[in-house]
Design a protein around this ligand. Structure first.
Ligand SMILES: [Fe+2]
Length: 244
């Protein structure tokens, strides 16, 4: 389902928690910092970044060939797996590109449902430790590196969602450092990948995804490509969301 009303917070939040992924197609003039922050705040608190933000606005990260992540391969991962900051969701908005471009996603809630009972039982007590691969050195600020290095981030592979209470496979292959018992990582990557889909970017497009549920990746590209990103933390303290 594509949502075209940026002010329909109820529909956006519902689609987000029901499917883990929202595509908003809007007037290109709405791809601006104020609207991105407005939508991020439907979920809670916005991340303030120390690096790679647009001039004068530390909530809006710039993603382009010469900014965050450059133009290289960014394999399957969950954003902020390694961070104690718990930024649960991401919003990414397309500004421009000189060649067709896409980002790939896969729903690890659905992938969990499709696991055999044996696999579900096996991963129930798997604990994953996450870190930042060395190749990303320099992408985050020195302060953030210090915070992350102080905390060894461990998370359960059978991840229970903090709002919907549904389970997903959570293992962020790119940032997974070790597990407390052996897993065949490549087998789980293939399993999750089998239901992957591509989001092809076009003008006026923005997407939101749930980092407790969706894996995403991006292939290397050449030329110019510019997107804006906002990360948010859930603040659903008074009630739980019921999956429809
Ligand atoms: Fe990412």
């Amino acid at each position: 389902m594509v949502i075209d009303d940026i002010n329909d917070s109820e529909a956006i939040v519902k689609e987000y928690f029901d499917s883990g992924f929202v595509h908003i197609k809007t007037d290109p003039k709405n791809i601006n910092p104020d609207v991105l922050k407005q939508i991020g705040k439907y979920f809670g608190k916005l991340l303030v970044t120390g690096k790679h933000h647009i001039p004068g606005d530390r909530y809006i990260q710039l993603i382009s060939e010469d900014a965050l992540f450059g133009s290289g391969d960014v394999p399957w991962h969950n954003d902020f797996s390694y961070s104690p900051g718990d930024y649960h969701g991401s919003l990414l908005a397309f500004v421009e590109a000189d060649t067709p471009t896409y980002t790939e996603f896969t729903d690890c809630n659905e992938a969990y449902i499709q696991l055999s009972e044996e696999d579900k039982k096996y991963i129930e007590d798997v604990e994953c430790t996450f870190g930042i691969p060395g190749k990303y050195d320099g992408l985050i600020s020195d302060t953030q590196v210090k915070v992350i290095q102080k905390v060894v981030m461990k998370r359960p592979m059978a991840m229970t969602h903090p709002v919907t209470h549904q389970k997903s496979i959570y293992f962020s292959p790119e940032t997974l450092m070790e597990t407390n018992k052996p897993i065949d990582k490549e087998r789980y990557v293939k399993h999750c990948e089998s239901i992957a889909f591509k989001h092809h970017w076009d003008t006026g497009s923005m997407i939101l995804w749930d980092n407790r549920r969706m894996l995403h990746r991006r292939k290397p590209f050449t030329g110019h490509r510019k997107l804006l990103r906002v990360n948010f933390q859930y603040e659903f303290k008074e009630h739980d969301y019921t999956v429809h």
